[in-house]
Design a protein around this ligand. Structure first.
Ligand SMILES: Cc1ncc(COP(=O)(O)O)c(C=O)c1O
Length: 374
C-alpha cells in the first residue's frame, strides 16, 4: 500500500528540489490568533488603493457574461495598450499573460531549450530561477554588489557564452528597490550578442522617480533584443486579476502568441485591463501613495537609526540589527504582515508601502519590536 505509484518515477523532475508555494495564515486566523482588529498586508507589494472604481463597475457588468467564452485572442487588450502607450508601438510589439508572472513564463517557454543558460543578478525575484529550471535551463548568478546592490555589467557580459539565452534585469529590482541606471543598461544592451534576449522586468516602473531610469521601450523601437515585462498588479492595483503584458520585437512577440492557450485571457481580465488603462487618476493615486509613503517610512527608519535602501518601488528593504523573522513575528502579532529574506539576508526585511494608516502601524510596530528585542 505504501509503495509510491509508478507514475511518480516518471515525473518531470527539473524542479523537484524546489519548495511548493507556502500557504500562509488567513486574515481571520491571524485576527483570532493574535486578537487584532486590523490586518495590514505589507508583504506582497500590492498597491495602497487597489483598482479603479470603473474597473469594479465593468467587472460587475462583465460577470453577467461569464457563461460565454471570451474573445479567442487578446487583441482588444493589445489594441488598447497601443492606444495608451503610443510611442510608435503596434499590436505586434505586445504579448499578454495571466499576470506578469505568466508573461515571463511564456517568454521562458518560447525561448529556452534544455541546457540553455539564464543570467540573473541575486538578490532578485526568485521566480526567474524557478522558470529557468522548469524549462530545463541552468541559472548563472552574477550577484549584485554587497551592500550597494549595484550590478556588475562587465561580469554579466563576461558570463555570457554560446548557451546564454536570457539575461534577466529586474528593474527596479525586487527585493532591493534599486534601479539599474541608463548608462549601465545602455552598456548591457549595446554589448549583448545577438543570440541573447535581455528581459527587463519592469513591473514596478510606475513608481520610479529617478531621472536616470532607462527608457527600455526605446531599445525595442531601436531593434535591440529586449523584452519588457509589465503588470496590472502593481500601479493599477489589480493583483487579484492576474494580468500582465510584454513589449518586445514583433518577431518575438508574435512567436510568443503561438504559446497562448485558446481563450488565453478571460472576459474579466480583458474588460478590467482595458478599463484600467482609461483611468490614469487611480494609477496616480497609487503612485502618490507609494512615493509619499516611502518618504514617511524613511523618516521613521532614520529616527530608529536603521539602514535601508532608498527605493524606486512601492516597497523598502531594511537591514535589521537582529534576525528579521523575530521582528516580523512581533509585527504579525500587531496585524502587520511583512516579508523577510533568507540565507545571507536573514536580517533583511521588506515592507510594502501602502496607506498612511498602515505605514504608521508598521513604524510603531517596528519601534516596539526593536525595543523588545534589543
Ligand atoms: C519583480 C517582479 N516581477 C514580476 C512579478 C509578478 O507580478 P504579477 O504576477 O502579479 O504580475 C512580481 C510580483 O511581485 C515581481 O516582484
Amino acid at each position: 500500500m505504501n509503495k509510491p505509484p509508478t507514475l511518480l518515477h516518471t515525473l518531470n523532475t527539473t524542479i523537484s528540489g524546489m519548495p511548493s508555494f507556502p500557504l500562509p495564515l488567513s486574515d481571520e486566523e491571524i485576527k483570532q490568533k493574535y486578537q487584532v482588529e486590523n490586518i495590514y498586508h505589507m508583504h506582497m507589494n500590492e498597491s495602497a488603493y487597489g483598482a479603479s472604481p470603473s474597473v469594479i463597475k465593468v467587472l460587475q457588468a462583465e460577470s453577467n457574461l461569464v457563461g460565454y467564452y471570451p474573445v479567442m485572442r487578446d487583441d482588444p487588450l493589445r489594441e488598447k495598450l497601443v492606444e495608451t502607450i503610443g510611442r510608435n508601438l503596434s499590436t505586434d510589439h505586445f504579448f499578454t499573460g495571466c499576470s506578469g508572472y505568466e508573461t515571463l513564463e511564456l517568454l521562458f517557454r518560447a525561448l529556452l531549450r534544455p541546457n540553455d543558460e539564464v543570467i540573473v543578478m541575486h538578490p532578485t525575484f526568485g521566480i526567474y530561477d524557478r522558470l529557468t529550471m522548469l524549462n530545463g535551463g541552468t541559472v548563472r548568478n552574477v550577484p549584485l554588489a554587497d551592500h550597494t546592490f549595484a550590478p556588475d555589467i562587465d561580469a554579466v557580459l563576461k558570463a555570457v557564452n554560446e548557451k546564454t539565452r536570457i539575461v534577466l534585469v529586474c528593474n527596479p529590482n525586487n527585493p532591493t528597490g534599486t534601479v539599474m541606471p541608463k548608462s549601465q543598461m545602455d552598456k548591457l544592451v549595446h554589448n549583448m550578442p545577438d543570440h541573447v534576449l535581455i528581459v527587463a522586468d519592469e513591473v514596478y516602473f510606475h513608481f520610479v522617480t529617478d531621472p536616470d531610469y532607462p527608457d527600455s521601450i526605446q531599445y525595442v523601437l531601436d531593434g535591440y533584443n529586449v523584452a519588457i515585462i509589465h503588470t496590472f498588479s502593481k500601479g493599477y492595483g489589480m493583483a487579484g486579476m492576474r494580468i500582465g503584458y510584454g513589449i518586445t520585437l514583433p518577431t518575438l512577440a508574435t512567436y510568443v502568441h503561438k504559446f497562448y492557450r485558446g481563450f488565453h485571457l478571460n472576459r474579466l481580465q480583458i474588460a478590467a485591463g482595458i478599463t484600467a488603462l482609461d483611468d490614469p487618476a487611480q494609477l496616480q493615486k497609487n503612485i502618490d501613495a507609494a512615493v509619499n509613503g516611502r518618504d514617511y517610512i524613511y523618516t521613521q527608519l532614520d529616527k530608529l537609526d536603521l539602514h535601508y535602501w532608498r527605493s524606486q518601488t512601492n516597497f523598502i528593504l531594511i537591514k535589521c540589527p537582529c534576525p528579521a523573522a523575530d521582528i516580523s513575528q512581533k509585527l504579525l502579532e500587531r496585524g502587520v504582515i511583512v516579508r523577510t529574506l533568507h540565507g545571507d539576508y536573514a536580517n533583511y526585511l521588506r515592507v510594502t508601502v501602502i496607506t498612511p494608516e498602515a505605514n504608521q502601524a508598521f513604524a510603531t510596530g517596528l519601534e516596539i519590536a526593536l525595543q523588545e528585542l534589543r
